[in-house]
Design a protein around this ligand. Structure first.
Ligand code: SF4
Length: 674
């Protein structure tokens, strides 16, 4: 029986990067309802199934409520004073590159800011990274280099007014449902939709053109579109002349491409590519949306360069309803990056080489000069004994990283491991100390959504037992270690420091956010924020956006030993490693997510029926699971959800040299019926 709330608290959904506004209905100290905030421009009152029905993990009995210290192999409950003293004492034995921290896209801006500040100022290390390394690191590298910023160029609501939307490498209805709703609304109002995806996803039903390319062949496909636009003389010469550089060498690159090769590599006839290119280029405004299908490859950065070239060629940047829009996965992955939870960049994407003096002055201490290591290197260096102490805030890398046997080895090797989370996780089993943190509903702070919108979250219920906000815990450890600069009483004070060091956040304040979210850059109190970037020119050094020649390579191709392609992805009904969604009983019943999906024709050839067990074997490892047929998949291509715990036994840590992104999306497997 549903209960009526006695009060409502306005906050933001803790799940995906769309950042929907929510009113939590509270009765006593319980969340009894959730409704979309009708005034929030992101969702206009809409919520997907997770935002509407999956928030009661907050009061789940398995929540961590007391600090735990491992003693003789067992965890014992202790008070905060003892836990903080223990950690401060242990951490004082390590310095510089012996220490690393993993920040979290599920935590607030304030908390990510503090963890990177702690790592740099107290531990004297730049070894700080977070899960953007596994999602949009290629976007940050490529778009910063070609345009000036790695963020979404335009806003979610502009999609509704775009004449043409190119959705490539994104299963938007599953991963960003409220954005998918806006795309479908746009189509109903006359926008054209081009979908590029190896899988016949839900959005294809609404598409004017569907290009089904072979997995991982986005560079040749997008360059084929550019070549067709050049052939058809649909290039925006005025825009190119006034605002870009590198066009002549890009033009030569396109002339040299061979249609026969494009067709054979992508599996798409040239006339279909040409038709999509003409539609995109001849539309008065065209937007690109993309997600992990573009980035999670060994050439993820080149894939993004290719998309940037396509938008530049047609002048679809710096105007409303256009742009190139990487859809961020987790709720605060944009914010964690903005806050400098990155090994080579301080808050606000300021290089550790160029901005060191500025931050030394602000933080009143000497800062380490050496660039830190990226996420996967943290585990590699731990295996080698170089990193001896690791602080993990709100992440579960034993499930989320590729090739997880190396992560397990690293966690076993590390001398001192702190895991700070809201639930015990598969990773916390390896910890020396487990610290109980507050969930989104038990603390104040800010999240920054995928369209650069900074929004307030508000405490609505009490945390379990002695759980504390992540920012409070970091401050207490720093204080105990005698470090100045962590005397914050509340997140508002932390945000005020963020505003001083991050130019794009300068004009944003808690007072202003009380009236609704603000999109960065926001440079003064009078600045309303920025709905689309590059209105006044690109923010690369000389102001001219760059055409960059992308290279193409595949991580693995099917052969006689590993004849099937395995794609990994997400489901609408689960989230990340399911730390939160596994506690919501009904979600698992909506859709089976723990299967290997394959085309029924492949099942017939292999002699397996739905429900049969198969061994899925890659060059890295083996997983045993049941088969489910899915006609939306190409023959020869299989799919496993990333929420299915051991799937990363199969994926590889081989990575994109430009961004450090591992080859998570596509690998080759053999299937052995059981
Ligand atoms: Fe939450 Fe994303 Fe669903 Fe919105 S679309 S309710 S932010 S999970």
């Amino acid at each position: 029986k549903s209960e009526k709330p006695s009060r409502e608290v306005k906050t933001v959904c803790p799940y995906c990067g769309v950042g929907c506004g929510i009113y939590l209905g509270i009765r006593g100290d319980r969340i009894v309802s959730a409704r979309g905030d009708p005034e929030n421009p992101v969702n206009n009152g809409r919520l997907c199934v997770k935002g509407r029905f999956a928030l009661n993990f907050v009061k789940n009995v398995e929540r961590l409520g007391k600090p735990l210290i491992r003693e003789d192999g067992e965890f014992k409950e202790v008070e905060w004073d003892e836990a903080i003293s223990f950690i401060a004492d242990k951490l004082s034995k390590y310095t510089g590159d012996e220490f690393a921290a993993i920040a979290s896209a599920k935590c607030t801006n304030e908390e990510n800011y503090l963890l990177q500040k702690f790592t740099r100022t107290v531990m004297k290390s730049n070894n700080i990274d977070h899960c953007a390394r596994l999602c949009h690191a290629p976007s940050l590298v490529a778009l910063s280099e070609s345009l000036g910023s790695g963020a979404m160029t335009n806003s979610i609501n502009e999609l509704k007014h775009s004449n043409c939307i190119l959705a490539i490498g994104t299963n938007t209805t599953e991963t960003h449902p409220v954005i998918a709703y806006k795309v479908i609304e746009a189509v109903k109002n006359g926008s054209k939709l081009i979908v590029v995806n190896p899988t016949r996803i839900e959005l294809v039903r609404h598409a004017d053109i569907y290009l089904r390319n072979k997995p991982g062949t986005d560079v040749p496909l997008i360059m084929g579109m550019c070549k067709a636009i050049l052939d058809e003389n649909l290039i925006n010469y005025k825009f190119i002349k006034e605002k870009t550089e590198g066009f002549e060498s890009f033009k030569k690159y396109l002339y040299d491409l061979k249609w026969d090769e494009i067709e054979s590599v992508t599996g798409i006839p040239r006339d279909d590519i040409r038709e999509a290119a003409i539609l995109y280029a001849s539309s008065p405004t065209a937007s690109i949306i993309y997600a992990m299908g573009i980035t999670q490859h060994v050439n993820g950065t080149d894939n993004v360069f290719a998309l940037s070239n396509l938008a530049l060629l047609t002048g679809n940047l710096g105007r409303a309803n256009t742009g190139i829009n990487p859809l961020r996965g987790q709720n605060n992955v944009q914010g964690a990056s903005d806050m400098g939870a990155l090994p080579d960049l301080y808050p606000g994407y300021q290089s550790i080489d160029d901005a060191r003096e500025k931050f030394e002055k602000k933080w009143q201490c000497k800062l380490p000069r050496e660039k830190g290591v990226i996420l996967l290197e943290i585990f590699e260096n731990a295996c080698k004994g170089k990193i001896k102490a690791l602080y993990i805030m709100g992440e579960n890398p034993i499930l989320s990283e590729p090739d997880i046997k190396n992560v397990k080895k690293a966690l076993e090797t590390i001398e001192f491991l702190i895991v700070q989370d809201i639930f015990p996780t598969e990773t916390s089993k390896f910890a020396d100390v487990i610290l109980p943190a507050c969930s989104f509903a038990e603390k104040d702070g800010t999240f920054t959504n995928t369209e650069r919108r900074v929004q307030l979250i508000r405490s609505a219920v009490r945390p379990p037992e002695d759980a504390k906000p992540d920012w409070w815990i970091i401050c207490k450890i720093a204080e105990k270690m005698g470090a100045p600069g962590f005397e914050f009483e509340n997140p508002r004070e932390i945000f005020d420091e963020i505003r001083e060091v991050v130019p794009a956040y300068k004009g944003i304040s808690y007072n202003r956010l009380e009236n609704g979210g603000i999109q960065w850059p926001c440079k003064s109190r009078e600045d309303p924020g920025t709905d689309f970037l590059y209105k006044d020119g690109f923010t690369v050094e000389n102001g001219r956006a760059k055409f960059i020649l992308p290279s193409f390579r595949l991580f693995e191709t099917p052969d006689k030993d590993y004849p099937f392609i395995l794609i990994t992805g997400r489901s609408l009904y689960q989230y990340h490693t399911r730390t939160m969604t596994s506690k919501i009983k009904g979600l698992g019943e909506f859709k089976d997510w723990k299967f290997l999906e394959m085309n029924p024709i492949d099942g017939e050839k292999l002699g397996v029926r739905e429900g049969d067990f198969v061994l899925v074997k890659s060059r890295r490892g083996v997983v045993k699971t049941r088969v489910k047929f899915n006609e939306a998949l190409m023959e020869g291509v299989t799919f496993m959800s990333f929420h299915f715990a051991p799937v990363n036994r199969l994926t590889s840590s081989v990575r994109d040299p430009l961004s450090g992104m591992p080859a998570l999306k596509v690998s080759c497997v053999d299937l052995i019926p059981q």
